[in-house]
Write a protein of this length. Sequence first.
Length: 349
Amino acid sequence: MKMSFRWYGETDPISLQYIRQIPNMRSIVSAVYDVKPGEVWPEESIEKMKKQCEDNGLVFDVVESIPVHEDIKLGRNNVDELLNVYCENIRRCAKYGVKCVTYNFMPVFDWTRTQLDKEAADGSTSLVMYWEQMKGLDPLKDDIHLPGWDSSYSQDEVRELISAYGELGEEGLWENLEKFLKKVIPVAEECGVRMAIHPDDPPYPIFGIPRIITCEENLDRMLSIVDSPANSLCLCTGSLGCAASNDVVAMIKKYSAMDRIAFMHMRNILILDDGSFEEQGHLSSCGSLDMYEITKALVETGFDGYVRPDHGRMIWGETGKPGYGLYDRALGATYINGLFEACEKALNK
Ligand code: DNO
């Protein structure tokens, strides 16, 4: 496996110099952040990032994300032009050494949480999704700004988008995903890039917005649209894992054996009795997922893709981007390194 770490570029309070000090750290996961979805990434920005990483003994070979414009997901008029831009961005990233591009096909919003700084008994804070806090909220009627939601949308735009997705429905979203994959995957193949779709987080509908990258049946369907290693998964344990019906270990065994996992996001979550969930420390004993079995499944299927310690808690007084502090993600990386070493040694005995 190739250990990696997400870095938000020059505005990230965590320096590449600190990141490189984490044992076994190899790759930087990043993106060009000052360009809107649907626009071409300047080559100079990609080249600069590559150089900054190299100057710190790191490799910039994973992009997270090239965002998919809402009009692609909705199949609106200008979709062909937007798909061309998307393909051009893949080509440009590949030109500077990128091997894996993560993206998602979630309508309107990326991950949904109700609080980003829930304090635990030990004084650490983490992201949580409590149904209790969601109850009674209706984005079509109320002005809602859930933490983490893109604040560049006005409430009216949010309402318009939510209604449009409601009309589109799941099958409409599948059709638009199919069009996207059929256009983008051949380009990725051509330039040696693996596209890695991130599952919906959480993997069930919220506010009636369709969600399709949610469960084994749907992952099978997505992968069969274009049967190629360039059409792969970013298997996020914490996203798929917060639906108790998803057997994350079984999914990893299956998709890794098929060589359809390009990127692993590894983190643990604790599912509560009412289906709410809390992000926790990475250890198996901290949450609902068995991180040892997850790693073992990867090692036994010969996984050699990218791994990153996903969201950490905020600990030791650190402040910064929720989920993306240095300390707990570094602890996560170290734990994951240990799991891999143990599983690899056990396998080779
Ligand atoms: C959350 C991340 C996601 C992920 C996107 C990929 O912290 O895992 O925001 O980057 O869904 O497009």
